[in-house]
Design a binder for this molecule. Structure first.
Ligand SMILES: C[S@@+](CC[C@H](N)C(=O)[O-])C[C@H]1O[C@@H](n2cnc3c(N)ncnc32)[C@H](O)[C@@H]1O
Length: 221
């Protein structure tokens, strides 16, 4: 297993990526085509910055990537279309991120692990719910979200909530992710338009009888 880790580490170094996490996004994009030239991308939990590097190269000079993390990210050497900030998911405002929703939101966020798998998994799921609480403001309708979660007891509910918010959501484990790791990536496509109020009968004659999509609103503690 150490050999596999060393392989990705050496590859990252050779290609100038800040961490081997780069290969997870490369693999996700190769298989699922989440990034395209010209897009605006938000990278949540971005330190030390390898996903920002990969995304900035794919979206190109007509696109842009904004990355933030609790930890400071060194801007030196990042492409000109990448901007990085220090901040907490729970506190950062859309204005600080550029003031308008993004085409794609990526999150490789993870809590500091403690060695208690069920506690780590619960903290990871909570971070993901906190991200979903904000996604209606950060991602444009029709946009794509990719987020990491530690798979465990809270995963089915998280996926159910995501499926309610997006037209399609599926888990994916990239080969660059260690086989024994519980990390999983959820790829959610086509964010449904969020409504503050249910549609009126004038807008949609079936509206009164139709339940609202499940998954909107805060579920985090
Ligand atoms: C696995 S690392 C991300 C690696 C990154 N994708 C890369 O390619 O370089 C997970 C990051 O999530 C960040 N994180 C955890 N909780 C956060 C929060 N509440 N707000 C912002 N970032 C957070 C951590 O500080 C950590 O740097």
């Amino acid at each position: 297993m150490k050999e596999v880790q060393d392989h990705w580490f050496r590859e990252a170094k050779a290609k100038g990526y800040r961490s081997r996490a780069a290969f997870k996004l490369i693999e996700i994009d190769r298989r699922k085509r989440v990034l395209r030239p010209g897009q605006r991308v938000l990278d949540v939990g971005a330190a030390p910055g390898s996903w920002t590097q990969v995304a900035a190269a794919i979206v190109g000079s007509r696109g842009e990537v904004v990355g933030f993390d609790l930890k400071a990210i060194d801007p030196a050497g990042l492409p000109a279309n990448a901007r990085v900030l220090t901040g907490d998911l729970r506190e950062i405002e859309l204005d600080a991120l550029g003031g308008r929703p993004f085409d794609v939101v990526l999150s490789d966020m993870a809590p500091d692990t403690t060695g208690d798998p069920s506690g780590d998994q619960a903290r990871s799921a909570r971070l993901c719910h906190e991200l979903l609480d904000r996604i209606g403001g950060w991602l444009r309708p029709g946009g794509t979200l990719v987020y990491k979660v530690f798979e465990g007891g809270d995963y089915p509910e998280l996926l159910r909530r995501t499926t309610g918010m997006f037209e399609k959501a599926k888990g994916f484990k990239p080969p660059a992710s260690r086989q024994e790791s519980v990390e999983m990536y959820v790829i959610a496509e086509r964010l449904r338009a969020q409504r503050d109020e249910p549609p009126t009968a004038n807008e949609d004659p079936n509206a009164i009888a139709r339940p609202r999509p499940r998954g909107w609103g805060s579920q985090s503690s």
